[in-house]
Write a protein that binds this ligand. Sequence first.
Ligand code: UN1
Length: 510
Amino acid sequence: MGEEGPMGEGPASRVAEHGNFIGGAWRPASSGRTFESRNPADGRLIGRFAASQGVDVTAAVAAARAAFPDWRATPAPRRGELLYRFGALLTQHKEELARAMTEEMGKVLEEARGDVQEGIDIAYLMAGEGRRLFGDVVPSELPDKWAMSVREPLGVAALITPWNFPVAIPCWKMMPALVAGNCVVLKPASATPHCAVLLVRILEEAGLPPGVVNLVTGSGAQVGMPLVKDPDVDVVGFTGNGETGRTIAVAAAERGTRLSMELGGKNAIVVLDDADLELAVEGIIWSAFGTTGQRCTACSRVIVSDGIADDLVARLIERAGALRLGSGLEPGVDVGPLIDAAAVEKVERYVAIGQAEGAVLACGGRPAISGALAQGHFFEATIFDRVEPTSRLAQEEIFGPLLSVIRVADYEAAVNVARGVRYGLSSSIFTSDVSTAFRAMRDFDTGIVYVNAGTIGAETHLPFGGTKATGNGQREAGHAALDTYTEWKAVYVDYSGRLQRAQIDNQPQG
Ligand code: UN1
């Protein structure tokens, strides 16, 4: 008889243990140690996962390196076909994966399905890239000479991914890396190793050759940093918080490793007097409280013109108060739990900061602990009104269900406030005036701009990423993602049979 686990999940011996995937084989961490993943809605144990270290990372990077020559030599359309097969399998496994995701990170099932769908979308987009991977063919400045550019893979891509989109974001990074001919080592967030294991099993099922994708689970310190510092890693893709991003950037810079970072946002929705108010309310509620506010693209600031501010705030309070909290697997639940106890504490801390800063707490503001909610990491949908644009509440990323309303006089003031943060991921405007909409498209300084829609819901075939402290100028998704995972090679073929000197022999003589 196995002993009872700490949360009453049944015999501990029956809880599944999952290893790393290295060189095409599943194996435990070399130390034999494991860590747990638990359901944030009720604390139930989901499984035990390899608590890996530097040696495991070294083995995974070596496996990726060993697989690289053959993978790179595989014709890109063939690589694309494998991604296509992966996309089809992901579609088949969508429901199972979505449920596992809701159990492991808490987002409501419908959103979890959307997360998997985003993985499917990027798989199909990048499968198609296998038959494109366009470069340029340009006329040479010299006669009888051919000039073109081709994309080359870099080698080993180290991908460090967050827990809030545990399928979509690994796919955003893996799909372009793979179609371009790179091999991958994936290090998923410690909070969502199960999603990563399931995802990698599907890649295995799709028939990717051994070593092309490797998975190493464990902490940022024990796995993430050794991975970034590994001399055999050619490119690092990271999505996560700014502090970790800066540490990674320093480590990558030391080795001159290419890096793509996405580090969050403080996204604003501007609502002007001429907006369709009901539509704006829908967009704000969805963007602020969807995924429990745990999206980089979540709306955490509403910037509203004075004329409709009272009306908007009243409607937001009503809608936020009616949101149903609970397990994301339960039908009718709107908002799931936060990821862990530390996330709840962080939101609580910001509620205190907001009150100390003199903002008006309009609704929510406390952990939600009634009935079954006490088992999980729930927090009330919270709105602060009359927030100062330069206050901490309006400046810092909170990553939870906390929305700040900032009142302004007009469009000009709204744009200044919208731009007045260090982040630059996503922004939106609700207006019925087409000229104002175009002005906003020009004036917002974020990587993604929405008109008459919320700040979330980017589609995978356009570039995703932001300006300023949100990243380092790279973009994910869209064909822009290929720029991160490829190197340009310019190729010249001179078939004149004589030495032709560029910039010299094409100049008029005398
Ligand atoms: C994120 O939170 O990092 O646009 C990703 C969106 C989603 C992806 C969010 N498609 O909200």
